[in-house]
Design a binder for this molecule. Structure first.
Ligand SMILES: O=C(CO)[C@H](O)[C@H](O)COP(=O)(O)O
Length: 225
C-alpha cells in the first residue's frame, strides 16, 4: 500500500477544528482524532459529541484513536457514529476480540494500539481480527514529544509478523513523526503516519503533509520489506 498520512488534530486549534480539518482536506488521507479521558492517559481532549460534529464537516475519513480506560464500552459508538477507523489500546481493552469484531461489524476498520513498552508478539494470534496495528512512538498523552527511536525494532518486528501471516494489516506509527523521523519509520515498515505538530505547527499544513508523503514514498521505495 502507498504510504498514508493522517494529521492529528491534537495539534490543531480546538476552537476552529472544522477549519483546521479543511486545511488538510486535499492533501491528507485521514484525520486522526485523539480521544483521551484523563484515566488511560494524563490528558483530556474530546469525545463522541465532538467526533459526531466533526463528521458533519470533514470530507476526509476520521481515524479515531481511543486512549481511554474503557474502550470496550465506547469503541462501537465511534464506529456506529461514522468513524471509518477506530483504534482501541491493548493495554486498556478487557475483551479486545469482541470489541474489534464489533467495530468491524459497524463498518469501520478495527485498530489495535500498543504503547512503546508493549511488545507485539503476544498479539500474533489475533492479527486476523485487526485491520491496523498502531505503534505509539511516544508515550501517549501529548503532542509535540520527542520520537522514541527505541520503538523502531518493534516496527520492523510488526512488519515481519504481518508479512509472515500475509494479512492486509496497515501499520501505523504515532508520535514524534516529522521530516526528521518519517523516513526511519517507513524504512522499518510503517505505512500509515500520524503527524500532529509537524503538520499543524507548519505555516502551511497542506504543504507539510505533501512533503511528509514524498519522504515516506521515497523511503518506502528503497525499503527491504
Ligand atoms: O497520540 C498522540 C499522543 O498521544 C498524538 O497523535 C501524537 O502525539 C501526535 O502528535 P505529534 O506528531 O506532535 O507527536
Amino acid at each position: 500500500m502507498a504510504p498514508q498520512i493522517a494529521p492529528s488534530i491534537l495539534s490543531a486549534d480546538f476552537a476552529r477544528l472544522a477549519e483546521d480539518v479543511a486545511r488538510i482536506a486535499d492533501s491528507a488521507d485521514w484525520v486522526h482524532v485523539d480521544v483521551m479521558d484523563n484515566h488511560f492517559v494524563p490528558n483530556l481532549t474530546l469525545g463522541l459529541p465532538v467526533v459526531q460534529a466533526l463528521l458533519q464537516h470533514s470530507t476526509l475519513p476520521l481515524d479515531c484513536h481511543l486512549m481511554i480506560e474503557d474502550p470496550d464500552r465506547w469503541a462501537p459508538e465511534y464506529a456506529e457514529a461514522g468513524a471509518k477507523s477506530v483504534t482501541i489500546h491493548a493495554e486498556a481493552a478487557k475483551a479486545p476480540i469482541r470489541t474489534l469484531r464489533t467495530i468491524r461489524a459497524a463498518g469501520a476498520r478495527a485498530g489495535l494500539g500498543v504503547n512503546p513498552a508493549t511488545p507485539v508478539d503476544g498479539f500474533e494470534d489475533i492479527l486476523g481480527e485487526i485491520d491496523m496495528l498502531l505503534l505509539m512512538t511516544v508515550e501517549p498523552g501529548f503532542g509535540g514529544q520527542r520520537f522514541l527511536d527505541v520503538v523502531l525494532p518493534k516496527v520492523r518486528r510488526a512488519r515481519e509478523l504481518i508479512k509472515g501471516r500475509d494479512l492486509p494489516i496497515w501499520l501505523q506509527v504515532d508520535g514524534g513523526v516529522s521530516a526528521e523521523t518519517i523516513e526511519r519509520c517507513a524504512d522499518a515498515g510503517a505505512d500509515v503516519f500520524v503527524a500532529g505538530s509537524a503538520v499543524y505547527g507548519a505555516d502551511d499544513p497542506a504543504e507539510a503533509v505533501g512533503k511528509l508523503r514524498a519522504q515516506a514514498e521515497e523511503a518506502t521505495a528503497k525499503a527491504d520489506w
